[in-house]
Design a protein. Structure first.
Length: 323
């Protein structure tokens, strides 16, 4: 085990004040809040940093001038951090801060960093879901939520110009596991220190890498609905509303983020071990099991998915496999 998840997101926002208000409304707790920057800390120890896009201290943009400037991966041991730094320095420019943080650019063109991270996994409330005959909650009420408060930075999604080149870097250099692929769309990966279905997803993008969204973990659908209702009351819009992905099982709701990309409320993800067999999915079938704002004129997706052969093919090769 070495990489244990996303430790930090660093944004350069066109309007830092509006971006700060968004994350406060989203449920993050600000440890520091100024006119041109803010620092938010989640319960697990991860963080979100907002800066004005013209802040000279920011890493240079890898896409648009305003947006995500750097994604920081958390590493569990000093030896593992040193090994990552040494390996990456073989073929690319790296920079190491006084606190040990290692900065570089990955093979997809994304600005990334690595930092020691003593992650504290959250503890779920013991409330239980009652079925029709399996009763787990006797003589007590469910937990009630006044608002959502994300505790986990779960995953990040980027559009990239060359999926196989980007995936190869994370698998061969950083020990990530490929977990699933969507035909003609992209590849899901998880880092070696986490069991989430994915912590990183690359989909087909333009000529340069760009952030699609980042996902923040909530305890359950009750907390999610409380958060969605509050975001709507505060004027933030979600294009497609609440839904559940068939692949990953994640319940989701995305909000356009003024700092860049979108931010996703998510809960109830699948969790995997190295025994999991990755699959190839048809896009429509993978993306939606149900959707609150479903287009009634949209045809039902074809029920298509299949195990991927071993050894795993490249994304380009997988796209040519029959269902």
């Amino acid at each position: 085990m070495s990489i244990v998840g996303i430790e930090s997101l660093v944004y350069g926002a066109a309007d830092a004040a509006t971006a700060t208000r968004f994350f406060e409304d989203f449920g993050l707790v600000a440890e520091r809040r100024g006119e041109r920057d803010a620092h938010f800390r989640l319960a697990e120890g991860s963080s979100v940093d907002i800066h004005a896009a013209d802040d000279a201290a920011l890493p240079p943009p890898f896409g648009a001038p305003a947006g995500l400037r750097e994604l920081v991966w958390g590493v569990d041991r000093p030896q593992a951090l040193d090994e990552i730094a040494s390996d990456l320095a073989r073929d690319r420019q790296t920079r190491r801060d006084n606190d040990g943080t290692v900065h570089t650019i990955d093979d997809a063109g994304i600005a990334i960093a690595f930092r020691l991270y003593a992650r504290t996994p959250p503890v779920d409330p013991d409330q239980g879901e009652n079925g029709l005959s399996t009763i787990k909650r006797w003589n007590k009420l469910r937990k009630w939520y006044e608002r959502a408060q994300p505790q986990v930075l779960h995953h990040a999604v980027f559009g990239v110009p060359d999926i196989d080149k980007g995936v190869s870097f994370y698998v061969k250099r950083l020990g990530f596991r490929v977990t699933d692929m969507i035909r003609n769309v992209g590849v899901f990966m998880r880092c070696d220190g986490r069991s989430d279905h994915h912590n990183l997803f690359f989909h087909r993008g333009g000529q340069t890498a760009h952030l699609n969204h980042v996902a923040f973990g909530l305890e359950n659908i009750d907390e999610m609905m409380t958060g969605v209702n509050e975001m709507q009351r505060r004027g933030w819009a979600s294009k497609e509303g609440l839904g559940r992905h068939r692949m990953t099982s994640i319940i989701f709701c995305y909000f356009e983020c003024p700092a860049g990309g979108a931010c996703e409320y998510m809960c109830d993800s699948d969790y995997l071990t190295d025994e999991w067999q990755p699959h190839l999915w048809e896009p429509g079938f993978a993306n939606h099991h149900w959707l609150a704002n479903w287009n009634p004129k949209e045809p039902a997706p074809e029920w298509k998915y299949r195990p991927l052969p071993q050894p795993l093919p490249s994304f380009a090769e997988a796209c040519r496999l029959p269902f």
